[in-house]
Design a protein around this ligand. Structure first.
Ligand SMILES: Cc1cc2nc3c(=O)[nH]c(=O)nc-3n(C[C@H](O)[C@H](O)[C@H](O)COP(=O)(O)OP(=O)(O)OC[C@H]3O[C@@H](n4cnc5c(N)ncnc54)[C@H](O)[C@@H]3O)c2cc1C
Length: 432
């Protein structure tokens, strides 16, 4: 049996005011969401063990585009998007693919996704995403400390680029929502685009510079740093596959793993796209689907852009990182178990070459990951309904790197029973 012992050393902070008392907490999932939750829970003085079948940050959090985007808060389903779907699906190089054998399983989620694109729902979801994303940098600074933050986070803004001159209906709504929230966003034309990013090929007609967005130098190292810091502060990271959460009449008893049971008073399910496999048994049936995404990593790319670029016409990102240039994006609806389709990654390279003709692909690596996606683009951050001691933190979809730090704070507040850092209502598990 693996039994959680008392912390070997004191954590970075003693239990805060209003904390219900130190408990044995198991966080399932060592991705960016689980590690953010674990860090704040340890700061509250809890005895924290993070369990993952992989080393920290080797799930979906390994391979994202690295964009940290406090000023990006529109959901994925937007008015006008449905009209684009048939064109995307009929184009093998388009940003969306569905494996037809998986369609019957995904259909209920897709129907909810379409309904989430109604304007009133988009406006409500945007407010909730803004609340979660807005404090991302301040909260990363708190998570990492000033040196870790300066090492891992880049504050160079982001550039959105379009090949079309006229904004779409979706673009106009996003513009309005940004204006309403007072976001700094500079509209730029082809000349300014060339000045800011001389490595880009001509052909971009429109740009938007978001100076208050940014990126991480390396998403994998970011999660690893949190894991190392947690261990340094007396928490534990355990490599094991969780097979079940054992619930007794009074709540959580232990977590069963392939390396033996781990005693727990509180369990946080932060298992990303796999979370329902652990929670379905006790009745948590929220609509979680995986939108699979791909990346191509170019270790020797040649001249690269000065800042992360969101290629809005191609629906993919180009992010300079400390270990090369990352091209990331595409959505593939094919479930958790199907093998990756490398062609989806190669499409990213093909598209990026049109924007950056000097790209050198020597030594490139491809990757596929599972975005944990809710149809309304809002994660679930909540107590598990009717199961005392179990908490939920998953479903961050396309923006989990951005939403993770505030999720961690909110989750620690919910465990402590103190006033939450943001209103938890929009992220409730019972909203469906
Ligand atoms: C191509 C792509 C680009 C993206 N770009 C961005 C971006 O630029 N900005 C942004 O904000 N977001 C981005 N995202 C989204 C972001 O990466 C995810 O939302 C985020 O990584 C989810 O984190 P997580 O901790 O919930 O999941 P994960 O990182 O997947 O962590 C969950 C962990 O749970 C573990 N686990 C699951 N089941 C078990 C079990 N039974 N036992 C033990 N362990 C288990 C898994 O091994 C995994 O490590 C992107 C995603 C993709 C795919």
């Amino acid at each position: 049996m693996i039994t959680s012992a008392s912390p070997a050393q004191p954590g970075p902070a003693q239990p805060g005011p209003g904390t219900a008392g130190a408990r044995r907490v198991v966080v399932i999932g060592a991705g960016i969401v689980g590690m953010s939750c674990a860090t704040f829970l340890r700061r509250d003085g809890h005895d924290v063990t993070v369990i993952d079948r992989l080393p920290p940050g080797e799930g979906t959090s390994f391979g994202n585009a690295g964009m940290i985007s406090p000023d990006t808060f529109t959901p994925i389903a937007m008015p006008g998007m449905l009209r684009k779907v048939p064109k995307w699906l009929s184009d093998p190089t388009g940003p969306l693919a569905v494996r037809w054998s998986y369609l019957p399983q995904a259909l209920p989620w897709l129907v909810r996704w379409i309904r989430a694109g109604r304007l009133d729902r988009v406006e409500a979801a945007s407010k909730a995403l803004r609340a979660l994303h807005g404090p991302a940098f301040a909260t990363y600074r708190s998570l990492l400390g000033p040196d870790g933050f300066n090492d891992l986070v880049r504050l160079r803004g982001q550039l959105y680029l379009w090949q079309t001159g006229e904004p779409s209906e979706t673009d106009r709504i996003a513009d309005r929502l940004r204006t309403e929230q007072g976001v700094r966003a500079d509209v730029i034309g082809p000349d300014e685009i060339r000045q800011m990013e001389p490595t880009l090929a001509p052909g971009f007609k429109r740009g938007l510079y978001l100076p208050d967005n940014g990126s991480t130098a390396n998403p994998h190292r970011l999660v690893n740093t949190l894991a190392r810091n947690l261990e340094g502060a007396g928490g534990r990271v355990l490599r094991a596959a969780v097979t079940a959460i054992d619930i007794g009449p009074d709540g959580v008893r232990r977590v069963e793993t392939d390396a033996g049971p781990v005693e727990a008073d509180i369990v946080v399910v932060a298992a990303g796209a796999w979370s329902l496999r652990l929670t379905q048994k006790f009745g948590v049936r929220v609509p979680l689907e995986t939108e699979r995404g791909y990346h191509v990593m170019l270790p020797n790319p040649g001249p690269v852009p000065n800042r992360p670029i969101s290629h809005r016409s191609g629906s993919f990102s180009i992010t300079p990182m400390e270990h090369g240039l990352r091209l990331a994006g595409t959505v593939e609806i094919a479930g958790l178990d199907a093998a990756p389709d490398e062609r989806r990654a190669l499409i990213l390279l093909e598209q990026a070459r049109k924007a950056l003709p000097t790209l050198n692909a020597e030594g490139m690596q491809t990757w596929m990951g599972h975005r944990p996606s809710m149809p309304d683009s809002l994660p679930v951050i909540d107590r598990a309904p009717g199961v005392p001691g179990v908490f939920l933190a998953f479903g961050h979809g396309h923006t989990g790197l951005t939403g993770a730090p505030v999720t961690g704070r909110l989750l620690a507040d919910l465990v402590a029973g103190r006033k939450p850092v943001i209103d938890p209502t929009p992220y409730r598990a019972t909203r469906f």
